[in-house]
Design a binder for this molecule. Structure first.
Ligand SMILES: *Cc1c(COP(=O)(O)O)cnc(C)c1O
Length: 244
């Protein structure tokens, strides 16, 4: 499989671009975590990414992830798996058992379902997925315009408060998926809205850290880093096109 050497070169170039974006924004490159999105790729390709130094891996479907998680579980240390796609409540138990961070919590019902299955003595880190663009096809808590949308924010606060009170979950921050376009700059207002929303929630709910902003993908990670991303989720820029 000749795509494996290519992964190392792609990762090298990506890391350089990420560091440049961070430095240009006056940020420490070490404050941005790269999650390699491995969806659609077989375990041997994922193993190559781990061999090239990747520690954080992202999948958007629980079922697809399980086989890869099992295939790579022997590695020391094992990779940290991130669930970045929509989670169905009937997969909550599997998600609680196998993922290090769930990026896609978008309702109190889902959070409560997940909370029930976290092994005792543990707290599972989660992010709240927010749809700040208002695009109707997007999942997440809908808050078009972010924190400036006072009516939507007020409607959301009781749900967020209830999620923060679930003792087996630890809210670490927010996640968003920008609308699809060819122009990375078009994503900037949405990334900024997510950051402002995070700042508002951090003031309102100091019981959580709100450190993480999971935003930015292959085409717009540099803009996301400029706007404060602490986690970027990148697939195609590492593994090439998925043939979608
Ligand atoms: C697939 C996916 C990504 C990665 O997208 P690329 O364009 O391949 O970088 C990031 N986030 C989510 C939620 C995804 O489903």
């Amino acid at each position: 499989m000749h795509m494996i050497p290519k992964i190392t070169a792609n990762l090298c170039a990506l890391r350089e671009q990420m560091a440049a974006a961070a430095l240009q924004a006056g940020r420490d490159p070490a404050d941005v975590t790269l999650v390699a999105v491995t969806k659609t790729h077989p375990p041997e390709v994922v193993a190559a990414a781990v061999a090239a130094g990747m520690r954080d891996l992202g999948e958007n479907r629980v079922q697809e992830a399980l086989g890869k998680i099992a295939a790579l579980a022997h590695l020391a240390p094992p990779p940290a798996w991130h669930l970045i796609g929509h989670l169905q409540r009937n997969k909550a138990k599997l998600a609680a058992e196998h993922f290090a961070l769930v990026h896609s919590i978008d309702s109190l019902r889902l959070a409560a379902a997940l909370a029930r299955y976290v092994p005792s003595g543990r707290r599972l880190p989660i992010l709240l997925q927010c749809n700040v663009s208002g695009e109707t096809s997007k999942e997440g808590f809908t808050l078009a315009g972010g924190a400036r949308n006072q009516a939507a924010l007020d409607a959301l606060l009781p749900q967020l408060e209830a999620i923060l009170a679930l003792p087996s979950l630890e809210v670490r921050g927010l996640m968003t998926i920008a609308p699809f376009t060819d122009d990375p700059e078009a994503a900037r207002p949405h990334f900024r809205a997510l950051r402002e929303l995070r700042d508002t929630l951090a003031q309102r709910f100091p019981q959580a850290t709100w450190r993480e902003l999971s935003m930015g993908m292959s085409d717009d990670f540099a803009v996301a880093i400029a706007e404060g991303a602490t986690i970027v989720r990148v697939g195609r820029a590492i593994f090439g096109s998925r043939g979608e």
